[in-house]
Design a protein around this ligand. Structure first.
Ligand code: PHB
Ligand code: FE
Length: 329
């Protein structure tokens, strides 16, 4: 293909017959048509449905390649080394590995970031919001039709200390412009009353996490509502499928705050099935550091993801210094 180089992005100068640009990243190539995305690499080619691809790509971009592995499906994905990112096909798929069809390349993070952002923007039509529940957005399919840059460049909400403390992001009332989601119409909106001692008004805060989450207009996009050293409380609202299969490089805890999510848990490296975990409101689980998982949420639900953000953990676990599970009973 004829390519131009802008901010490290290799993209075709011309659009294809369906109106979409084609991209290259190392030896990987990317193109889409009305229904599908086609990913090529030296030893193979892979197809994904355009909606599933864009939903996964949206998370990978917004989370800056996240913790560990973001599998778009059982074949294609990214592995974060926090500075560089591996882009791979078949690397965590036992059949691809046995057939020696797996392929992987290491990219500088700014290069893959710029390319993924450009693909996401070019391939998302104005009718589609990849962060929204499928019930709350239009179609991803068809010929190229406008764009939805405002939606695909949304920043995740991240507090520096705790939501509600002066100066932090507050998405907590009608004035915020975030209406209560249709599925959370029954969530009590009353806020706790805080009676701080004089002088401590800016340091003591409380808010209703349920009311806060009831206004989330995205799905499967953890926000950060409190930060205490490396301990991050990342609640999120979920509906339909987690658009990625997340391969952990550390333990993460889930607290199911409302409704129900079923987790399909597989071996991180081979994809072999390990467990199916159904979590109901009030259930708590710890996902081990050697698995990958995908959540299924039949009704919009609230989930608290608790992450240890320490940069030392992946190496401690990979080298066997720290266990892959959090607790010995
Ligand atoms: C996860 O991979 O653990 C994860 C990602 C996004 C969510 C929830 C859980 O919304
Ligand atoms: Fe995860």
């Amino acid at each position: 293909m004829t390519t131009t180089q802008t901010h490290h992005v290799q993209q075709s100068a011309e659009v294809n017959s369906d109106g979409y640009r084609e991209f290259a990243l190392g030896e990987f190539t990317f193109r889409r048509d009305e229904f599908f995305v086609y990913i090529g690499w030296p030893t193979g080619e892979h197809m994904m449905s355009a909606d599933a691809f864009l939903r996964a790509l949206q998370r990978d971009v917004a989370w800056d390649f996240f913790y560990g592995i973001v599998n778009f499906d059982g074949v294609f994905g990214t592995l974060n080394h926090y500075g560089t990112v591996d882009i791979f096909a078949g690397r965590f798929n036992e059949s691809y590995r046995k057939a020696e069809l797996d392929y992987s390349e290491t990219m500088e993070t700014p290069q893959i970031r710029a390319t993924f952002e450009a693909i996401l923007d070019d391939w998302t039509n104005e009718s589609f919001d990849p962060f929204a529940s499928p019930h709350e957005t239009g179609s991803a399919f068809g010929l190229k039709n406008g764009n939805n840059t405002a939606a695909v460049t949304r920043q995740r909400v991240a507090a520096a200390r705790m939501v509600g403390v002066p100066g932090d992001e507050q998405v907590r009332d009608d004035a915020s412009g975030y209406p209560i989601n249709r599925m959370f119409a029954d969530v009590d909106q009353s806020e706790p009353v805080v009676e701080a001692e004089p002088g401590f008004e800016s340091e003591v805060a409380a808010f209703s996490l349920f009311a806060y989450l009831s206004r989330s207009n995205v799905t499967w996009n953890p926000s950060v509502v409190s930060v205490c050293k490396d301990s991050l409380a990342c609640p999120t609202t979920e509906e339909y499928l987690l658009p990625i299969i997340h391969g952990n490089d550390r333990v993460e805890w889930f607290v199911q705050l409302s409704d129900q999510i079923t987790w399909e848990v597989e071996d991180r490296d081979t994809g072999a099935v390990r467990a199916r975990v159904t979590m109901r409101a009030g259930d708590v689980s710890a996902m081990p550091a050697d698995i990958r998982h995908q959540g299924y949420s039949p009704k919009r639900s609230m989930l608290l993801v608790w992450e240890n953000n320490s940069e030392k953990i992946p190496e401690a676990i990979a080298s066997g210094q720290a266990p892959t599970y959090p607790i010995e009973f």
